[in-house]
Design a protein. Structure first.
Length: 216
């Protein structure tokens, strides 16, 4: 095994969550008379946590007098509607199974709300993933290395034996800040050209290729 521990991003890497995120954003915007956002807009807004997502989605961002109410409406709606259209990418459950059979320890770290991260992990990957960490107080969001460091401590793993897998520029920066090798995936919320422009050195096009890169 090239690596014995794998730290995954969640949105755009393991799960396609974009439509549920769009529905929650637009629900919150509608409550306060703001125009809806398209799926492609949401795709470019995600990656840096809920507050940044809403800063980008709400007209005027934080200067909008209703901003705090809108973000609260988003949090409340999304927490109870985070699994309506969300689904695992093709080949991801099989990847998890093969990694488990190979003895890999696995974790999820995400800028998504911690409650939603844990719920989605339990629904889709509970039998594979040992620890799942989302946005919560006292832990800085990615690209800060805090979530990765917390995951490695829980897994009792070292940086040298760990690889980070994600789909965005935030993930590339997170891996670098945590001192980890990084595999970027091209099936998520950013395309190959974007990933290369933002520093990706290893890009996988399929979960099968991810497995090969981890194990060979």
């Amino acid at each position: 095994m090239k690596y014995t521990t794998v730290v995954f991003d969640l949105d755009g890497t393991l799960l396609d969550t974009l439509e549920d995120l769009m529905e929650a954003v637009n629900y919150a915007l509608k409550q306060y008379g703001c125009p809806a956002r398209t799926l492609e807009e949401i795709r470019t807004f995600v990656g840096n946590g809920v507050r940044t997502l809403m800063q980008r989605a709400v007209p005027g961002g934080e200067s909008n007098p209703d901003f705090e109410h809108i973000i609260s409406a988003f949090r409340e709606y999304y927490t109870s509607h985070c699994e309506v259209r969300t689904h695992a990418y093709d080949g991801v459950p099989e990847l998890m199974q093969k990694l488990r059979e190979s003895g890999c320890r696995m974790s999820i770290v995400s800028n998504k709300l911690d409650k939603a991260v844990k719920e989605l992990n339990a629904s889709y990957f509970g039998s594979y993933i040992q620890t799942a960490i989302g946005e919560r107080e006292g832990v800085r969001r990615k690209p800060a290395p805090d979530m990765v460091e917390a995951a490695l401590a829980e897994l009792n793993s070292s940086r040298k034996e760990t690889v980070y897998i994600g789909d965005s520029e935030v993930d590339i920066q997170t891996a670098a800040n945590a001192g980890l090798d990084c595999i970027s995936v091209s099936w998520g919320f950013r395309d190959t050209d974007f990933l290369r422009r933002n520093g990706a050195s290893v890009i996988a096009d399929t979960p099968q290729e991810v497995f090969r890169l981890i194990t060979e």
